[in-house]
Design a protein around this ligand. Structure first.
Ligand code: CO8
Length: 255
C-alpha cells in the first residue's frame, strides 16, 4: 500500500490518505487502493464503520491535477474518468469523514460521499475546479447542491471560493465541528458508536437517508417503511426492544 494507511481497531477500520508530497491528491492509484481495501471489508460482518481521514492540515487537495492535465476529452470519456468513485460512495458500511485542513475539489467531494462529516475548526472546504478551467467531476455539482442548496452551491462552484468549517456546518455539509486536537477522538467515538449498533438497522437507515437525495417523498416514505418492516426479521430488533422493556442495555450480535 503506497497511498493510504489502513488501521483496524475492533469493528472500526480507518483509512488515512497518505500522499504528503501532493497534499493527498486523489490519483487513480489511490482510488484503486481505497476500493481494494474497503470493498472486501464491506462484506465482513466484524466491520461496522469506516473512518476516512487525511493528514495534519490536509484532508485532500482534490483530484490529482498532474494525472489529468494532459488528457484529451476522448481519453476522459473513454475511461469514464472518476466513475469508480461511485463504488466508494456505494459501500454499505457507514463512513465517517474526519476532516482537518483542506478539503478542496475532489477532497470536498470525498467528504460528501461519506455519511457523517466531522471537521476540525480549521478545516476548509471548496470546489475550486473553475479556477483550473474545469468543473467538479466527482459529484460536486450534484451532492453539494442537494446538501447546501442551489444558492450556496452556485456561490461556491462558480467562484471557487473556500468556506470555513463553521460555514460548512451552518450550510449542512458538515455534521460536527470540533477543536483540531479532538478530531481523531471524536471521529473514533462516533465510529465506535455506529459500529456497536445493530448492523442491519444501521445499514438500512443509512440507505434510507440517502434515498431522500434520490427520490420523491412518497416513494422515499414507502422505501423507509419497507426497510423498517424488514428489520423485524433480525435478532437485533428483538434484542433491542426487549432490552428496552427489561430496562437493560442491549447486546447486538449483527444477526
Ligand atoms: N493534484 C496534484 N498535485 C497537487 C494537488 C492536486 N490537487 N494539490 C497540491 N498538489 C501538489 C503541488 O503541485 C505541490 O507540488 P510540488 O511540491 O511538486 O510543487 C505540492 O502538492 C504542494 O502544494 P502547494 O505548494 O500548493 O501546498 P500549499 O500547502 O501551499 O497549498 C493547497 C495547499 C491550498 C491545497 C494547494 O496545493 C491547492 O490549492 N491545491 C489545488 C486545489 C485544487 O485546485 N483542487 C481541485 C483539483 S481538480 C478536482 O478535484 C476535480 C476536477 C474535476 C475534473 C472533472 C473531470 C471529469
Amino acid at each position: 500500500m503506497h497511498h493510504i494507511v489502513v488501521q483496524r481497531h475492533e469493528a472500526v477500520v480507518t483509512v488515512r490518505l497518505h500522499r504528503p508530497a501532493v497534499r493527498n491528491a486523489l490519483s487513480s492509484a489511490l482510488l484503486d487502493e481505497l476500493l481494494g481495501t474497503l470493498a472486501p471489508l464491506d462484506t465482513d460482518p466484524e466491520v461496522g464503520c469506516f473512518i476516512v481521514t487525511g493528514s495534519d492540515g490536509v484532508f485532500a487537495a482534490g483530484a490529482d491535477i498532474a494525472e489529468m492535465a494532459d488528457r484529451s476529452a476522448p481519453d476522459m470519456a473513454k475511461e469514464d474518468y472518476f466513475a469508480r468513485w461511485e463504488e466508494f460512495a456505494a459501500l454499505k458500511t457507514p463512513k465517517v469523514a474526519a476532516v482537518d485542513g483542506y478539503a478542496l475539489g475532489g477532497g470536498c467531494e470525498l467528504a460528501m460521499m461519506c455519511d457523517i462529516v466531522v471537521a476540525s475548526d480549521r478545516a476548509v472546504f471548496g470546489q475550486p475546479e473553475v479556477l483550473l478551467g474545469v468543473m467538479p467531476g466527482i459529484g460536486g455539482t450534484q451532492r453539494l447542491t442537494r446538501l447546501v442548496g442551489r444558492a450556496k452551491a452556485m456561490d461556491l462552484i462558480l467562484t471557487g471560493r473556500r468556506m470555513s468549517a463553521e460555514e460548512a456546518e451552518r450550510a449542512g455539509l458538515v455534521s460536527r465541528v470540533v477543536p483540531t486536537n479532538d478530531l481523531t477522538r471524536e471521529a473514533a467515538a462516533i465510529a465506535a458508536t455506529v459500529a456497536g449498533l445493530g448492523r442491519a438497522a444501521v445499514r438500512a437507515a443509512r440507505e434510507a437517508v440517502d434515498q431522500s437525495l434520490e427520490v420523491g417523498l412518497s416513494h422515499g416514505l414507502r422505501f423507509e417503511r419497507r426497510s423498517f418492516h424488514a428489520l423485524f426479521a433480525t435478532e437485533d430488533q428483538k434484542e433491542g426492544m426487549q432490552a428496552f422493556l427489561q430496562k437493560r442495555p442491549p447486546t447486538f450480535t449483527g444477526r
